[in-house]
Design a protein around this ligand. Structure first.
Ligand SMILES: C[S@@+](CC[C@H](N)C(=O)[O-])C[C@H]1O[C@@H](n2cnc3c(N)ncnc32)[C@H](O)[C@@H]1O
Length: 232
């Protein structure tokens, strides 16, 4: 059952959202924003309902995309960007990728490892805005869901550049994000991406090869982009 159909889970989530609003400032600098994420994981105290982005299962658009790929495309090394509680990383690993996943929240990484004790995923603590040097151009697939939309301004631009730079030659980048029209007001978090912002990935030697613009059914239909890029 999706979490949004689980009344008890959603009641706990509503309380958690209120607690987050009351206790945590969104933060303008990278350091303050990190504090906000750490604060969310702290306040959740082991309950995924307290982590507003946790569905306790992999994202449905990622699962559908993986199911569409041929076996040849499910080999190699995948990177799950800002993995949170690990569900997407586990889906990438189960599909066939040797998978590395990272988050800058140590609490999230420890929690993900605890949820998946037999995992083959390599979970790491790392900062997307300052990733390990040996991750540059290193991954056959880089997967990003919902991180860029959680950042604004300079952090958002830096995150896009950093994600793009980790794709290997002839590798692919999959971006799944909430979507908005250009000029449409974004009252975040999250702050959905428009097409211009998606196009920014192409500045880093990536070609957009697929763009789905669709309404994902959650507790209500929510507009999303699924964008696939390839490095020539
Ligand atoms: C909205 S959640 C999305 C999590 C996951 N990708 C998903 O689909 O559920 C954003 C995650 O990004 C992490 N994060 C934000 N900024 C980061 C950064 N600069 N480096 C690493 N992780 C970051 C947060 O700790 C949080 O787990």
């Amino acid at each position: 059952m999706p979490v949004w159909n689980d009344n008890k889970f959603m009641a706990r989530r509503a309380i958690a959202l209120e607690r987050i609003r009351e206790n945590l400032g969104l933060g303008e600098t990278a350091e303050e924003r990190k504090g906000w994420f750490e604060g969310v994981y702290d306040l959740a105290d082991g309950d995924p309902a307290g982590v507003p982005w946790s569905d306790t299962e992999p994202r449905a658009p990622l699962v559908r995309w993986l199911a569409e790929q041929s076996e040849d495309h499910l080999r190699g090394h995948a990177l799950d960007v800002a993995c949170g509680l690990g569900d997407n990383a586990e889906a990438l690993s189960a599909a066939g990728f040797e998978t590395t996943a990272f988050d800058f929240s140590k609490k999230a990484v420890v929690w993900a490892k605890k949820r998946f004790p037999d995992s083959r995923v390599k979970y790491e603590v790392a900062d997307l805005l300052d990733p390990p040097r040996d991750w540059l151009s290193a991954f056959n697939l880089v997967h990003e869901t919902y991180t860029v939309q959680a950042l604004q301004g300079d952090m958002r631009r830096k995150a896009i550049a950093s994600i793009a730079r980790m794709v290997a030659p002839r590798g692919r980048l999959l971006v799944i994000t909430r979507a908005r029209d250009e000029g449409e007001e974004a009252d975040g978090p999250p702050w959905p991406l428009d097409r211009d912002e998606l196009a920014a990935f192409e500045k880093y030697d990536l070609d957009l090869v697929r763009l789905d613009d669709f309404a994902e059914q959650r507790d209500r239909p929510i507009r999303h982009f699924l964008a696939e890029f390839r490095r020539p």
